[in-house]
Design a binder for this molecule. Structure first.
Ligand code: SAM
Length: 287
């Protein structure tokens, strides 16, 4: 179907759950990149929708529910956030739609952002069609089109305050971002009080996949905290975020107020409340 035609239905099939967007969607772009099938729709309710290998990645209507919680919780939750002279070096793995970059760049104390995204076409087409990306021309930004696993294996030890991993779900090019070796390399590149944060799927659908990975991360770091948030475009309930800290600092108490279009201090704190289901089915067994 050429771009511009009315597409009646859009299907996503995620772990055996077919999601059919019954509201009209217009196909804006379709093509296979070097790594994945990319489609971009315009949807009456969801706005612009990025789809990679048939999985919704992000939408313009609710991207900030995700990107604000992904970035502001670990950054504002760091106990040293308020130290005026503290400047931050941040590493982003993935995040080709540019939403994480936008959230990170909002803070003047961020001195340097290195973003390693494997697929340059995702960056290009998201800039062109979605438009909620951070400024790649900001002098603090180094955009590297490459494999995040290769990058972390060669990164200088103790060189980043935060590593934010916004990758696709395990599969294809992102498989290498879910291994113990990858997490060990991330731990090495973090400064002594650094943190690694990553999304860990929609808990109800993906707990069998992610729980073992969470357990492995818990074994590598003195503290692992999981928080959750509901993102309407990701069907199946709350999405999980996992934050591991190298010195064991906790991040559940915001050190500053920085309300966004979604984030605020109350939701920061509340996102760490865990139901009995999450404790029994999703969180790793306590050490
Ligand atoms: N919000 C989405 C989610 O929850 O799944 C993720 C969005 S972002 C578009 C995911 C990005 O990870 C994609 O742009 C993809 O190209 C990138 N990616 C996948 N494997 C990668 C790798 N090995 N190194 C760097 N980036 C990778």
């Amino acid at each position: 179907m050429s771009s511009g035609e009315q597409a009646e239905w859009f299907f996503e099939s995620d772990f055996g759950v077919d999601i059919r967007c019954g509201i009209k969607a217009r196909l804006l772009h379709e093509g296979r990149t070097k790594f994945q099938e990319m489609r971009i729709y315009e949807h009456e309710l969801l706005g612009k929708v990025l789809v990679l290998d048939d999985i919704i990645q992000t939408t313009s209507s609710d991207e900030f529910f995700y990107h604000e919680m992904f970035v502001r919780v670990p950054l504002l939750g760091h106990p040293r956030w308020g130290e005026a002279e503290r400047e931050l070096d941040v590493l982003i793995i993935g995040g080709g739609d540019g939403g994480i970059l936008r959230e990170v760049l909002r803070y003047p104390k961020v001195r340097r952002v290195t973003m390693v995204e494997i697929d340059g076409e995702v960056v290009e087409f998201c800039q062109r069609y979605l438009g909620f990306n951070g400024d790649y021309d900001d002098p603090r930004v180094e955009l590297i089109i490459g494999d995040g696993a290769a990058y972390v294996s060669g990164a200088a030890p103790a060189s980043f305050d935060h590593c934010i991993i916004d990758s696709t779900d395990p599969g294809g090019p992102s498989m290498v971002l879910y291994t113990k070796e990858f997490h060990e390399h991330v731990r090495t590149l973090l400064k002594p009080d650094g943190s690694m944060v990553r999304h860990m799927g929609v808990a109800f659908h993906h707990h069998a996949i992610y729980r073992p990975i969470l357990t492995e991360i818990q074994d590598l770091f003195p503290r692992l905290q999981v928080y959750r948030n509901s993102i309407p475009a990701y069907v199946g309930g709350d999405m999980a975020f996992a934050c591991a800290t190298k010195d064991g600092h906790a991040i559940h108490e915001p050190q500053a107020e920085d309300p966004g279009r979604f984030y605020n201090a109350e939701i920061h704190r509340a996102s760490f409340a865990m139901s009995e289901w999450w404790k029994q089915h999703y969180l790793p067994e306590p050490r």
